[in-house]
Design a protein around this ligand. Structure first.
Ligand code: GLA
Length: 746
């Protein structure tokens, strides 16, 4: 709910448990941030703007205007006229000058949430959210800035975005446009961010916030393996279960910057937006720029509550398409099974064996097109290599379909190999700085998607392949980051737009794809999980989480990913052993237990694995069918973290009605001379009584397993006996007694 208090000149945005207050002050109409936190019953807190303290507002004390600018909590700070904290907006006029300041002009409060042109964004019906549009201006520049705030009524989320319009007579340049800012008092915060590398994405980092600027960012052209468009400031005593959290997540897949700056007065400015590096957007008179959306979450209930809020928001208000709430087909992907060495015969042999074991879809990965026999050629030549796929693609797909399986295919549409027919014909289609040899990565260049003819050509080839056979899944990959930012088609004063134009074009292409092929299951991927972000989730309901599917490495990766994103979105497979990336050998059942926390599938040659493992697959398939509704739709709780305790990992999902729960316990390293481990469960109904089953283990008593109340299970916990051997996993199923009697749960 959003209310405007006219006398106080104050806006109050309420979600079920939070409030956000904005005030308009002084004759110059500065837009100030008053409060964000636990829900307030009234709207009296405008004293937090400190306008009654020195240096006062400029109308009372113009000799200290600079000091006012440098301390006032701005909703959307601009740079160059006195606020020395980092701004959210920088401009350069035709005269070469920076400097701007915004004043409130008008506002509009509307039901629902408008879409953002060309960009992914959360959505909601008129009943589910309300939006405030604050229109501000800088008359000297001729700039109008619209600040958009949406407050949701079913989740504790406020989203923000910004649109800048040139209302003047001369062009000006945007050299920085962030999307959100929070100016608050610092209260001894820690900062939580996600970091990693290829095959090691999204590890959680927590550290104390100190004076100055602390930032996490990417200017790699994508959200990246290395850092993540997420930042949380949490009270130093915040745990999973309690404590304050202020979190921001960026609904964008390109360069980003997320930072917190603690100033001389112990104020903190938390901000997020497109990274400034190499960004310069020209706005001619009448033109506008839409900045992407930031999702803000506040809770005083700890990190589990923050996670729950993000999961609910993304499930209800971001994911789209036929599969968003559906069980996904169990797939088998041939990448680690064959790499580039495959043909129709090999693929069909895998499919035959897989279908007999209950696997539902074959995905043909990299290597089926042009003369692609290794990773150094043919990207851009999106036509089927019939020497490998003998009999043609339609034939292969028909044969797979005859086995009762669906068929999926891999593309890397954004790339071009120097050794490709496409490059030989159009060398200027690669992103490059004229006259400078481009930096190759995985022996490839990135296509200049800011050019419509490039997008049309690639999309044309892709859609022709997709129309040529019954293809029901696409893995959209992106295997290198951007360098040598230059477009042969953009004029010099628009070269600084390329990074963002590139991202817009990726969105446009994916939109076209899901519009033209509405039944397609799209899975995004970027060298594993380099573009696992809310922007891409708007187009694909799942994203390949990491190229590393080792059961132990995946614990930290999936913990970090699930901190923000629903388990239904995490691409996770049982892969080959010894693991191709770390060489570790883990039991087959443990690899499955970890993959069951995501979309689930296989990434190995099912014709070559040991007989016992093959025989285990139908049991794993059955587990997937038994638990996937719960995993996909349930509330997720973090119980223990191997990254922190170095011995074991544990997470839990609980059905919405709290009648059923699944606990996954992974004992990474065993211990000599040990006792059982006590873990406290979460999210159960304290009054219900739950029967406990351990998968693969016979109940100890004839009349079933032990039964305890939710209250006992959450406060006193359960005991998990140590298992013999490293890398062991247990799936513990809790079923509320009355559900069993009514036969609601098998
Ligand atoms: C990336 C993906 C892999 C695989 C290869 C193919 O690394 O993450 O899963 O598709 O590309 O080249």
């Amino acid at each position: 709910m959003i209310t405007y208090y006219e006398n106080e000149r104050l806006f109050k945005l309420d979600t079920p448990n939070t409030s956000y207050l904005i005030g308009i002050v002084d004759e110059e109409n500065f837009v100030g941030h008053i409060y964000y936190g636990k829900r307030l019953l009234d709207a009296e807190a405008s004293y937090l703007l400190r306008t009654q303290e020195l240096p006062y507002v400029p109308s009372k004390n113009n000799r200290e205007r600079g000091a006012f600018y440098d301390t006032f909590p701005f909703e959307y700070p601009t740079g160059g006229v006195g606020d020395y904290r980092e701004s959210c907006l920088s401009i350069r006029t035709e005269g070469g000058h920076a400097g701007s300041m915004l004043s409130y002009v008008s506002h509009e409060i509307m039901a629902g949430k408008p879409g953002l042109t060309g960009l992914p964004a959360t959505f909601g019906s008129d009943k589910e959210c309300e939006t405030l549009k604050l229109v501000c201006e800088d008359v000297y520049v001729g700039m109008q800035v619209e600040l958009l705030y949406t407050a949701f009524s079913d989740v504790d989320v406020i989203t923000r975005s910004v649109r800048v319009v040139n209302k003047g007579k001369e062009p000006f340049y945007l050299t920085k446009v962030y999307s959100a800012c929070l100016d608050m008092d610092n209260r001894d915060y820690d900062m939580i961010t996600l970091h990693g590398s290829w095959a090691r994405e999204r590890h959680i980092q927590r550290k104390p916030l100190g004076y100055g600027i602390q930032r996490t960012s990417s200017f790699r052209g994508e959200s990246s393996h290395q850092e993540h468009p997420f930042l949380a400031l949490v009270d130093r005593h915040t745990t999973q279960e309690q404590g304050e959290v202020y979190a921001m997540n960026f609904v964008y897949s390109g360069n980003f910057c997320a930072q917190a700056e603690v100033s001389q007065f112990d104020f903190v400015r938390m901000s997020m937006g497109i990274h400034q590096e190499n960004f310069c957007w020209k706005l001619s008179p009448g033109e506008d720029f839409q900045a992407p959306e930031v999702v803000m979450v506040y809770t005083d209930q700890g990190l589990d509550a923050m996670t729950g809020t993000f999961h609910s928001l993304y499930r209800k208000h971001l994911l789209r398409g036929k599969y968003k709430d559906k069980k996904r087909p169990i797939l088998i992907n041939n990448w680690e099974a064959t790499y580039f060495d495959f043909d129709t015969k090999k693929l069909l042999a895998i499919a035959r064996e897989a279908s007999a074991l209950g696997i539902e879809m074959l995905v043909m990965d990299d290597g089926w097109f042009g003369n692609r026999s290794f990773d150094g050629c043919a990207l851009g030549d999106w036509f089927v290599n019939e020497e490998k796929i003998d009999g043609g693609l339609a034939h292969l797909v028909e044969e797979v379909n005859k086995l009762g399986m669906k068929f999926g295919i891999w593309f890397e549409p954004e790339m071009i190999s120097p050794d490709s027919a496409l490059y030989r014909e159009h060398p200027d289609w690669a992103i490059a700085i004229p006259g400078r040899p481009g930096t190759q990565s995985r022996q490839q260049y990135v296509l200049d998607l800011s050019r419509k003819e490039v997008v049309d050509c690639i999309y044309g080839m892709m859609s022709a392949v997709l129309r040529s056979a019954n293809i029901e899944y696409v893995k959209w990959d992106m295997n290198r980051q951007l360098t040598d930012i230059g477009s042969a088609a953009l004029p010099p004063d628009r070269q600084g737009e390329l990074y963002h134009r590139y991202v817009l074009a990726v969105y446009e292409m994916q939109n076209r794809l899901i519009h033209d092929f509405p039944d397609l299951l799209l899975e995004n991927c970027s060298g594993g999980g380099a573009r696992f972000d809310p922007g891409m989730l708007y187009y694909s309901p799942q994203i390949w989480c990491s190229d590393d599917a080792d059961a132990v490495e995946r614990l930290a990766i999936q913990e970090g990913t699930a901190l923000l994103y629903p388990l239904s979105t995490m691409g996770a497979h049982v892969s080959d052993c010894p693991n191709h990336i770390v060489g570790r050998v883990t039991p087959f059942h443990t690899r499955a237990a970890v993959a069951l926390a995501g979309t689930f599938g296989y990434e190995l040659d099912v014709t070559k694995i040991a007989r016992e493992e093959r025989e285990e697959i139908p049991r794993q398939v059955a587990l997937y069918h038994k638990y996937n509704d719960l995993v996909r739709e349930g509330a997720y709780y973090r119980i223990a973290s191997y990254s922190q305790n170095h011995h074991y990992d544990c997470w839990q999902v609980v059905s919405e009605d709290k009648r059923e729960s699944l606990v996954t316990f992974v004992q990474v390293m065993t211990r000599a001379n040990h006792k059982s481990r006590r873990i406290l469960l979460k999210g159960l109904d304290e009054k219900r009584r739950y029967r406990i089953y351990v998968e693969g283990q016979k109940p100890e008593r004839e009349d079933g397993e032990l039964v305890y109340s939710g209250d006992t299970l959450m406060k006193a916990g359960i005991l998990v006996p140590d298992m013999l051997g490293d890398f062991q996993a247990k799936l513990i199923h809790l079923v509320a007694e009355e559900s069993e009697k009514k036969g609601q749960v098998e």
